[in-house]
Design a protein around this ligand. Sequence first.
Ligand code: BTN
Length: 276
Amino acid sequence: MRNKSKSLSAPCQEWRLPTRHLGRRVLVYKRVDSTNNIAAALADDPTNDGLAILADQQTAGRGQHGRRWHCPQGAGVLLSVLLFPPAELRRPVLLAAWAAVAVCDTVRQTTGLPPRIKWPNDVLVHGRKVCGILIEQSRGTVVGIGLNVKQSAETFAAAGLPLAGSLQSLAGQTWNRDAVARLLLSRLDAEYTRLLQGDHAPLQSAWCRDSGLLGQWVTVQCHDATHCGRLEVLSWDGLELVCADGDRLCLLPERVQHVVPLAAEEVNALRGHAQP
Ligand code: BTN
């Protein structure tokens, strides 16, 4: 995690939300290099647990795998939360599920559109990526969320991002970005409160629902192998696949890089019923 923040300005606003853990203090910036950097730079002080950083614009927004996160000024929620979770909540798979489910709730509640979690860290609507999540951990845990709200389809096309979407481009309606950010923070807080109480079951079942993968035939890509089968169990403890020959396979989520649903003809071929 990079912790030398080069904030280009001081916060222009500070919100105080009536939440339990997260967003009780929200620093809102006009322009920063990366909200994750601002949060990481504040990780020396444990009293910053639950602090949220929002920005109108990032000059060096980071994505997964060293990529950049592009978002025109004012068009998206650019959010990082700083946490000091207990050891059992520090698993990236769980933190990604927590953030993705909160984004799905926010998308559903705001637009009525059906969101899907794309393993491990993206949220799609109608196959287009509306949100990416970047988790960085060193002294503290920083969960960065970029949620596209107002970009037009033309903006994505011009940026060479034909598979991206925003709430506005997909729903044909515009929303107040700050209201979306507040709703997202309240969803994150509600679920984090449950997790701190040791109640993981609601998040796990929401994760299964929003992934839409249970009972599906899928390809599971791991670092060292690729497996195909019907996904029977999806939990923090493991993904359980039943392969075409009936063998059962259990994979730790940490081993899994991608889970991709198979097309009907691929399923038929796997089960020995190839279509003419
Ligand atoms: C991805 O590649 O899909 C992850 C994108 C994460 C982007 C967010 S925007 C807020 C936070 N600050 C960053 O620099 N990155 C994350």
